[in-house]
Design a protein around this ligand. Sequence first.
Ligand code: GUN
Length: 297
Amino acid sequence: MAHIIDGKTAAQTLRTQITQQVAALHSPGISPGLAMVLVGEDPASASYVHSKARQTEECGMQAFEHKLPQSTTQQQLLRLIEQLNGDARVHGILVQLPLPDHIDAVAVLSRIAPDKDVDGLHPVNTARLADGNPNIVPCTPLGCLVLLRNELGDLSGKQALVIGRSHLVGRPMSHLLLSQHCTVTTAHSRSQNLAELCRQADILVVAAGQPELVRGSWIKPGATLIDVGINRQHGEDGKTALVGDVAFREAVEVAGAITPVPGGVGPMTIACLLLNTLLAALRQQGMSAPEWAVLAH
Ligand code: GUN
């Protein structure tokens, strides 16, 4: 049986470290601040932003919530970003995605000051990650990396397979694993022989968005599995259950370690947003990252 990686506990540990570091900043009079921008009334997005704001405050940081109507124009949104770029109380800016269809998300994300881009989606930050000189790294891949480092320590030389090439998860994850000296393969919806690729992987990160895509028979015995998928499945009893992109019950018999869904990667994402906000605030004050932070050295 695989070791089941407890993302809730790992996220709590990270939040405790962040809270202590934030408290230590209060005496030099620094209070890290995170601005969150939500456009429209999508209930799932509103709920995410609410959780982010609550956890920001629980860590002792300031949360600035900006809720704009669906009818907001791109120009109005860009004006708000400019205002937040110039606001010294704001060290991190997050624009909740997806944005309404009439707004060009790339144009908006590109307007955020790169040093305040706590989602790591500005072209300067994506380029720096691809170059092997990361500045701010997207939260979900960063959370996956923390879990992998907790589980395995040094990742050098390991064979890693990432399934998925999205801008939010798959692509940055592949770059991060390369910067950790893994041998990285990136697979996606057009990849052939996916099962064969999986069988060679010591580390498997699955962000395909397909329920239970990866089967137990695909997994190299002892491999470490990180399942980023969150899929709603309707059972015969009329209840909905969350399942990942990995067939958990099969995989847990073969893998060395595996993240559950829920309770694996999910809790790490917001914790890494808080970490990125703290790191952004420290950098803007000319201070270095704490020793315990992943990628700090
Ligand atoms: N929507 C879903 N995931 C994310 C994320 O990581 N960042 C932002 N800004 N929006 C999202």
